[in-house]
Design a protein around this ligand. Structure first.
Ligand code: SF4
Length: 371
């Protein structure tokens, strides 16, 4: 495919791998923030091409994986109510709540619909004025703008039977939380290019300076990842810690200012719990006071729910990079994509699903020296 195949060119990939090997003299551990990057790394075996001792730690940037159990349980409760049409992207339907998932609600007669855009849900609301239509708005800075736009449109068009169950999260506070974790091993970050295409890069220099970590904005194709790793190890070897943009074909310094304006109008920042990680201050968005009437949590009065996580699942440790997926005892046995115990096995961006899909069934040898 034009403009995509070029970024998988094996000759160029080998050149970048050779440059990385020529640059590295010591062990380094870096985190790719986004689950899409994790899939590229695992699918193409990029981590296995790196010098011994250079470790890729898989970060928490999978929106489905970090959506808190409490919100999933609220979605299940709302979707069970008579008269509700509950709309969601498809990958949320199999995410396990405390005792069931949205597929179960659908199989029991609930009106749960898969849509491809929040605006599809708004149209359903328009077409069904006697029903309550709820859209499940989750994800990072990438999915928040269209959800903000949809609530804005609902208000503009006076569509009162539409609401948003919102659980949006923001990357920069998560980077702070990871760096302040007592077990943190991360020495550098590959930042998520699509997030920066919306938000720009201005939030990252203070983080790079405070935690003395290189942050390289990186795309998603194999050459993007390798170029990001090369820039990162170059900084690490030099003792530098600045923000670099290695994804200039999509990311400008200022980002998408129209999307940012829409976010500021409709949302406000709030503390948000991340599944498996816990509460991260100011790491989320919720609907602002002006749009509170469209907040499904208020409309359906599901604000306090007691939840119960699987006792077996170690996705919290996976999401924080403390273990690799195949180090979980349930990986590939009790837990598979067909019968997931945790969200990291459900989502197409989840690290457990990536390891299962690309057959990383063995625990890698721990390597302590650099060749
Ligand atoms: S393999 Fe399954 S049970 Fe283990 S951490 Fe991943 S999602 Fe959880």
């Amino acid at each position: 495919m034009k403009y995509l195949a070029e970024f998988s060119d094996p000759v160029l990939a080998k050149k970048l791998v050779d440059q990385i090997h020529a640059t590295v003299t010591r062990p380094w551990a870096m985190m790719e923030v986004c689950g899409g990057q994790t899939h590229t790394i695992v699918r193409h075996g990029i981590d296995q091409l790196l010098p011994d001792g250079v470790e890729m730690i898989h970060g928490p940037g999978c929106p489905v994986c970090v959506t808190p159990l409490e919100i999933i349980d609220k979605a299940l409760e709302i979707a069970s109510q008579p008269g509700v049409i509950f709309c969601s992207f498809g990958d949320m339907l199999r995410v396990p709540g405390s005792s069931r998932d949205l597929f179960r609600i659908k199989s029991e007669g609930g009106d749960v619909r898969v849509v491809y855009s929040p605006l599809d849900a708004l149209k359903i609301a328009k077409d069904n004025p006697d029903r309550e239509v709820v859209f499940f708005g989750i994800g990072f800075e990438t999915t928040a703008p269209p959800n903000a736009m949809t609530v804005y449109q609902a208000k503009q068009q006076d569509i009162a039977n539409f609401s948003l169950l919102v659980s949006h999260v923001r990357v920069p506070p998560a980077i702070s939380a990871i760096m302040e974790s007592p077990n943190c091993r991360v020495q550098a970050f590959l930042a998520a290019g699509h997030v920066c295409s919306v938000m720009g890069v201005s939030e990252y220099p203070p983080l790079a300076a405070k935690y003395r970590v290189p942050i390289v904005v990186t795309g998603f194709e194999p050459l993007d990842i390798l170029a990001g790793i090369l820039r990162t190890v170059t900084q690490l070897e030099r003792g530098e810690h600045v923000v670099e943009n290695a994804y200039r074909r999509a990311v400008t310094d200022e980002g998408n200012t129209a999307a940012q304006a829409m976010l500021s109008d409709v949302f406000e920042t709030t503390d948000r719990a991340w599944r498996g990680i816990g509460m991260i201050p100011q790491s989320g968005w919720r609907l602002s006071e002006r749009y509170r009437a469209y907040d499904a949590e208020y409309r359906f009065q599901v604000r306090d729910i007691a939840t119960e996580e699987s006792k077996v699942c170690r996705s919290g440790e996976v999401l924080q990079g403390h273990i690799k997926p195949h180090e979980c005892e349930a990986f590939g046995t009790l837990c598979t994509p067909r019968n997931p115990l945790g969200a990291t096995m459900v989502s197409s961006e989840g690290a457990c699903a990536a390891y299962y899909l690309y057959r990383r069934l063995q625990t890698p040898e721990v390597v302590s020296s650099v060749g």
